[in-house]
Design a binder for this molecule. Structure first.
Ligand code: AMP
Ligand code: MG
Length: 698
């Protein structure tokens, strides 16, 4: 079955009364053709297609025609029908096909159903049959194009082998290499079905799409049943799930974690590697951009100031070559800080009244402050617009002793911001001052990194919404993680999407996670990642969502069961992207610490912020710190600037991972190495700064 093998010939039978009347309503043919082309490993030619209505006789006539014995090499290897497999009265394809089968192929039926059932129990609503007639394999696919596609994808890798056998190939030769060889040739692994689906199993039915096809198809898509609430998640079975299969009993459950214990650094590298590149947005320059990260260099497209301007209120002068100005001068004009088109040039021996920020008259080369002058005489004139009589300065004495330098009290063109200077390099996090700079050079819009979206949920049957004004029953615990994490995420400048509390039930978890994956770049969960039977995050990610767990255990305290996974998700435009799931431990201190250590860096990376994560600061221990022998510890502490300017760290108390109180009043996490015996007072340790420094002064 190499690429030199002759092409296998497939025939597609569309069973649809609607499509029989109007073939343009059929979408299944094109979909199935593309499965043969894309997933068929270059082994298939679609040799025949035909449309019949939901009539047994028509279905049977076409299939018998295609499966008649013909001369060697001319026969159809595979007939796939699409449509008529549901429970509607008109659905009769399986009944029409069954009597034609010389041999039943329940394995293929099972393969298709298992793939669908892995997605939804509604797969039970499909009634496929499969088997062999003469030398041809026949399979009945559901009517919805997406369902048909999924079912065909579930078995297509194994069909060439079945077809060759059905066509009479020497079985012994075919099987000579053993099942491993067959799997290799078919591009599937020992996980069999899961692998066969692996890279192709699209799972993106939209309710609208399936049902919008036609009235006839409507019933079929019910029959197939997928996609009523699975949105656009790509179905992709995890290659090698390590997690517990929740359907297994206690005796077959893992008693120690099957996930390798990673160092924090290795875990962080994996996160960095699997964090997608940031995307960008362009928006008008407004104060709303504060906090956004520039995705372009900004050059000054105009100098600031744009004209020679006075720094003070006073008199514009032309400094004579001697530099001495003392004397009485006629005031020949006035320049205000206002748009001005006809400034009279100034000559040596004349002065002009000028206000702060006003343009200098041409020829002027210095400004004398009003404080260094005396008014000598005034004249009366008529105001040009109001017609009122006003008094104006006519001569002023300049008192300056000594030399006046040309250029004094003048802001030259571009002296604040020269033309074409790099004003704000890409990756700058915009501050209020940056908005000022952008405004002053007249930048209209900028490109910035789109802020990532993050949704979060708490898990646990015992978790109760803290807003419920009631006493707790035995075993109940108020949700502390979600409000805390929402606060930190907001404080870090991101917008969290709150998905509430989800019970420890796999179907609930799966539904909420799918919703979360559709609506955000990062999904954050707490709880359910330990070793208990209700710790369902890992199995749900691996087994229901087809995600890949990159790590499920980290050598740290607190936070050992922290889990990071990516899940392929199909976007509305048909492209696929990887979404990230961080499943943090449920204990409140663990959840917050692991958020800072693992999730914040990913958020930062997605937002274009670097360096990513909390700022690292060297601090000195203010007392001995007890530490763990085997696991590096993140110790909640208060870092204070001493009167001498040293950064001193003191513990905020008991470090048990459930103890949220030790985080209250902590502004830092000290990264304590694993060590036998305490780390001594005076030692230098790296701290991750969560909050503002406290100062011993004031
Ligand atoms: P888990 O990680 O689900 O095994 O939970 C570990 C511990 O954290 C248990 O005592 C839970 O009750 C507690 N816990 C889990 N989630 C939360 C939460 N959202 N708020 C407060 N405590 C929690
Ligand atoms: Mg739990």
């Amino acid at each position: 079955m190499s690429s030199q093998s002759p092409a296998l010939r497939a025939a597609i039978l569309i069973v649809s009364t609607t499509a029989a009347k109007d073939p343009s309503t059929d979408a299944a043919e094109a979909t199935l053709r593309s499965v043969f082309e894309q997933d068929g490993g270059n082994q298939w030619t679609v040799a025949e297609t035909h449309i019949v209505s939901d009539h047994s006789a028509e279905i049977q006539r076409q299939i018998t025609t295609w499966t008649e014995p013909v001369e060697e090499g001319k026969h159809i290897n595979l007939v796939v029908t699409t449509g008529g497999t549901g429970f509607a009265i008109a659905d009769r394809t399986p009944e029409a096909v069954s009597p034609l089968l010389h041999k039943q192929a329940p394995g293929l039926v099972h393969g298709m159903l298992a793939a669908s059932l892995a997605i939804t129990p509604f797969a039970m609503m499909s009634r496929p049959v499969a088997g062999v007639r003469n030398k041809t394999i026949i399979i009945t696919l559901p009517g919805s194009p997406k369902g048909a596609k999924e079912n065909l994808q579930a078995v297509i890798k194994t069909l060439p082998h079945a077809c060759l056998q059905a066509a009479g190939a020497n079985s012994r030769a075919l099987h000579s290499g053993g099942v491993k060889k067959l799997e290799k040739e078919a591009g599937v692994g020992s996980q069999g079905l899961a692998q066969a689906q692996a890279h192709t199993h699209g799972h993106s039915h939209s309710h609208h799409h399936d049902h919008g096809h036609s009235g006839h198809r409507h019933t079929h898509s019910h029959g197939h049943g997928h996609g009523h609430n699975h949105g656009n998640l790509v179905r992709l079975s995890s290659e090698n799930p390590k997690s517990n299969d929740p359907s297994l009993g206690p005796s077959r459950r893992h008693r120690s974690s099957p996930y390798p214990m990673l160092s924090v650094d290795d875990a962080l590298s994996l996160i960095a590697k699997h964090t997608p590149s940031p995307t960008t947005t362009t928006a008008k320059v407004t104060p709303d951009l504060v906090g956004k990260v520039l995705a372009q260099d900004i050059y000054a497209s105009a100098p600031v100031p744009a004209f020679r301007a006075s720094i003070v209120d006073g008199y514009a002068v032309v400094v004579p070559s001697s530099g001495h100005l003392r004397g009485v001068y006629p005031v020949v004009s006035t320049s205000h800080a206002a748009p001005s088109s006809n400034l009279v040039p100034l000559k040596e021996g004349q002065i002009a009244r000028i206000t702060t920020g006003a343009p200098l008259p041409p020829g002027a080369n210095s400004v004398v402050m009003v404080e260094d002058t005396v008014l000598i005489s005034t004249t009366k004139t008529t105001h040009p617009t109001t017609g009122q009589e006003i008094e104006e300065e006519s001569s002023v004495e300049i008192l300056s002793d000594g030399i006046v330098k040309p250029g004094a009290n003048i802001r030259e063109i571009g002296s604040d911001i020269p033309l074409n200077t790099l004003l704000l390099p890409s990756k700058t996090r915009l501050s209020p001052a940056s908005i000022g700079l952008l405004s002053s050079i007249g930048t209209q819009s900028v490109k910035y990194y789109s802020p990532p979206t993050i949704s979060l949920l708490s898990t646990g049957d015992e978790i109760v919404d803290p807003s419920l004004p009631r006493e707790l029953s035995l075993g109940e615990v108020r949700d502390c993680n979600r409000p805390t994490l929402i606060s930190v995420i907001s404080q870090a400048g991101f917008t969290p999407l709150d998905l509430g509390i989800v019970s420890d039930k796999q179907s609930n978890l799966e539904t909420t996670l799918r919703q979360a994956l559709r609506s955000s770049d990062i999904v954050l969960t707490t709880g359910g990642v330990s070793m208990g039977e209700f710790d369902l995050l890992k199995p749900t990610i691996e087994r229901s969502l087809g995600g890949t767990i990159h790590f499920g255990r980290v050598n740290m305290k607190p936070g050992k069961p922290t889990t990071f996974a990516t899940v392929p998700v199909k976007n509305n435009d048909g492209t696929k992207s990887q979404k990230m799931i961080f499943s943090l431990p449920g204990n409140p201190a663990s959840a917050l610490v692991t958020f800072y250590v693992f999730v914040l860096p990913a958020l930062h990376q997605l937002a274009g912020i670097s360096p990513a994560g909390l700022p690292k600061v060297p601090v000195v221990l203010g007392h001995d710190f007890p530490v763990d022998k085997s696991r590096p510890e993140y110790h909640r502490a208060m870092v204070t600037v001493s009167k001498e300017g040293k950064l001193i760290a003191t513990s905020t108390g008991g470090q048990r991972s459930s103890k949220v109180g030790s985080l209250e009043g902590a502004n830092a996490l000290l990264t304590m190495p694993a060590h036998d015996g305490p780390i001594k007072k005076g030692e230098k340790i790296e701290a991750l700064m969560m909050g503002e420094l406290r100062s011993e002064l004031a």
